[in-house]
Structures are given as structure tokens and as C-alpha cells.
Design a protein around this ligand. Structure first.
Ligand code: ATP
Ligand code: MG
Length: 241
């Protein structure tokens, strides 16, 4: 292992070394992550499970460059990002990471198409191309014909598929999802998971998913289990769904 997180000459997409996270509230410190070591290769579909409060979202926030760890190193494509400024982290997020959260986080006054175009707008793309890119993302989640509707005019499952289209629109190589099916029944949830699988297989996106639902986690190909702020297991999932 050298300074760049390299192992056997290969640079992994993600490498965490001894990541710790301590939250302080007044005089009390809460050690939420206690030395997380993890490697994720490009193209993987990793599911993370663990009890409520075990640190999954805290870990995802660090992986997604939304938060900085208290200690340890985070190498993203070989670059140590643990010491970057908030602006530098924001730039990495815009280029490299698409997010899908439990609440669909769509903007109600924008059309479906405009919602999907938003990351491109933030990246400074205003051309006709961005509409084309958004439409091709919507096509991937089978919502090509819903672009003119508004979020309150489509179902919850469809809203989450729009969120997926928005996450992939700028070709982010990493898609992170924290309980993406948490607000959906099992049928709608399965429908949404099908599309994560599709973007992993067809677009080669690396997917990191948090779910408390084993059926959802089983769409991944590796299962990481977190308990009390440490990783207690990392196993290949045999039969993908
Ligand atoms: N900003 C914060 N300040 C203080 N404590 C926090 C903060 N965020 C999270 N925690 C605490 O850290 C622990 C881990 O929280 P986290 O949100 O990572 O859990 P989780 O595994 O995602 O749980 P859930 O399955 O309920 O979403 C919890 O005990 C939580 O109360
Ligand atoms: Mg959580």
C-alpha cells in the first residue's frame, strides 16, 4: 500500500483507511465511525446494511464528499480527498457522484425534464445538449414520455426513477443511494431497484446503496455490514436478483 491507496499497482475507485467520525454536541463526543477500512472497485454494486444508528448514513455522507471525516484517509480514484476544502469537495460531487435519497427531493415547480436537467445547469451546461442528455436519462428509466409532467402528477415510484435519471444525467461514475426505496411499497421498490441494476450493468456506474431491506440489498453484488461504527463483514452476494 502506498500513499495513493494503491494495491498491487491498481488504483481502486474508492479506498477508505481507518476513517473515524466523532460528532460533538456540547461537551459530549459521539464516536460514530470507529476505523472504517474499505475498498470499492470501479463497476461494483455494493449494498450496505446495519441497524438503525450504526453509522450507515454517516459513512455515505463521507463517501459522497458531503462531509469530512474526523480522522483517516479517503482516496477517490487515488486522490486523497480527506483534506479538501468544501468548494473542492463540491466540485468532485458535481463531476463524480450522483445521489438518490429516500425522499425523492424533486423540485415541485419544475417539470420532470427540468428536474433532470438541473445538475447540468449547475455544471454550467445550458445548451440544447442538456435537454437531449436529460431525455436520454429519462429513457433509461422508462419515463421518456413524462418529461412535461410535474412531480405531483406522477407516482412515488416514478418520482424515484426521475431521481435516478437526475443522478445519472451528467454521467457520474458513482451513484449513491441511501434508502432509495424507503418511501415505496415492495412492488414500487422492486421496480426502482431494477433500474439501479440496469445502470450498473449497462452504463457501468458504480453503485453504493444503503438499505435496511435484505431484498433490496440483494440487488447488489457485495454486501457490507456495519455495526456500531465498524464493518463486521463484506461478502459476495451469490445470486443477484
Ligand atoms: N449531526 C450529528 N450530530 C450528532 N450525532 C449524529 C449526527 N448525525 C448522526 N448522528 C448520530 O450518529 C449515529 C449514526 O447515525 P447514522 O445516521 O449514520 O445512522 P444510520 O445507520 O444511517 O441509521 P438509520 O438506519 O436510522 O438511517 C446515530 O447515533 C446518530 O444519532
Ligand atoms: Mg441512515
Amino acid at each position: 500500500m502506498d500513499d495513493y491507496g494503491t494495491k498491487n499497482g491498481n488504483i481502486p475507485l474508492i479506498r477508505l483507511e481507518n476513517i473515524g467520525m466523532i460528532y460533538k454536541i456540547g461537551d459530549i463526543s459521539y464516536e460514530v465511525l470507529k476505523g472504517i477500512n474499505m475498498t470499492i472497485e470501479k463497476g461494483e454494486f455494493v449494498s450496505i446494511m446495519g441497524a438503525s444508528g450504526s453509522g450507515k448514513s454517516t459513512l455515505m455522507n463521507i463517501l459522497g464528499c458531503l462531509d469530512k471525516p474526523t480522522s483517516g484517509s479517503y482516496f477517490l480514484e487515488g486522490r486523497d480527498v480527506s483534506g479538501l476544502t468544501s468548494d473542492e469537495l463540491a466540485e468532485i460531487r458535481n463531476k463524480k457522484i450522483g445521489f438518490v435519497f429516500q425522499g425523492f427531493n424533486l423540485i415541485q415547480r419544475l417539470s420532470i425534464l427540468e428536474n433532470v436537467m438541473l445538475p447540468l445547469y449547475y455544471a454550467g451546461l445550458h445548451s440544447k445538449d442538456s435537454e437531449k442528455m436529460a431525455l436520454s436519462s429519462l429513457k433509461l428509466v422508462d419515463l421518456y414520455d413524462k418529461g412535461n409532467k410535474f412531480p405531483n402528477q406522477i407516482s412515488g415510484g416514478e418520482q424515484q426513477r426521475v431521481a435516478i435519471a437526475r443522478a445519472i444525467v451528467n454521467d457520474a461514475p458513482i451513484i449513491m443511494a441511501d434508502e432509495p426505496t424507503g418511501n415505496l411499497d415492495s412492488v414500487r421498490g422492486a421496480d426502482v431497484m431494477k433500474f439501479f441494476k440496469k445502470i450498473n450493468e449497462e452504463k457501468g456506474a458504480t453503485i453504493i446503496l444503503v438499505s435496511h431491506d435484505k431484498n433490496v440489498a440483494n440487488y447488489g453484488r457485495r454486501l457490507i455490514t456495519v455495526k456500531d461504527g465498524i464493518i463486521i463483514s463484506s461478502d459476495t452476494i451469490d445470486a443477484g436478483v
